[in-house]
Design a protein around this ligand. Structure first.
Ligand code: NI
Length: 169
């Protein structure tokens, strides 16, 4: 089931999510919805808080569904290694219409549970590493604009406030 995506300003997006206690069939159904919602958007990653669920789960697929091997499901993920630096444009389904250059490590290794409840470790470089870190940030209540400084951040936040006032957000 495709779920509506919450936007910047929704309180759930701005606070840390709770850990998943057990990988139940309900969690499996939630993950199915997250994958369907990500592909429909379309996007290359989605975190549970973005569909209003306060749990530490994310999905990514940098191939947008073209390569089944690229689909990653992470429950209670953590970054266990990060190195290098990359500076590329980044967007977010919760911030439609906005993009900004966000510095991120070039390589990361993320560890968590897969949808069968087994521990999985996945290494990513470039866009994959960026997606992992972006989605993990969501689980800590952080959006990419929170990684920007000064005027760059101010401009985006001001434009969103204006859109909200006029009922367009
Ligand atoms: Ni996002």
């Amino acid at each position: 089931m495709i779920r509506p995506i919450k936007r910047y300003g929704e309180p759930l997006l701005h606070r840390p999510a709770d850990s998943v206690d057990a990988v139940t069939p309900e969690i499996g159904a939630l993950i199915d919805d997250m994958i369907e919602t990500m592909y429909a958007a379309p996007g290359i990653g989605l975190a549970a808080p973005q569909i209003g669920v306060d749990l530490r789960i994310f999905v990514t697929d940098v191939s947008s569904g073209r390569n089944a091997d690229d689909l990653v499901v992470m429950i209670n993920p953590e970054i266990v290694a990060a190195e290098g630096i990359q500076n590329r444009e980044e967007g977010c389904l919760s911030l439609p219409g906005f993009e900004a250059v966000v510095p991120r490590p070039e390589r990361t290794v993320v560890r968590g549970l897969d949808r069968d409840g087994c521990i999985r470790e996945v290494a990513g470089t470039g866009l994959t590493a960026r997606a992992f870190q972006h989605e993990l940030d969501h689980l800590d209540g952080r959006l990419f604009v929170d990684r920007l400084r000064g005027l760059k951040r101010e401009l985006i936040v001001r434009r969103i406030k204006k859109l909200r006032r006029s009922g367009k957000w």
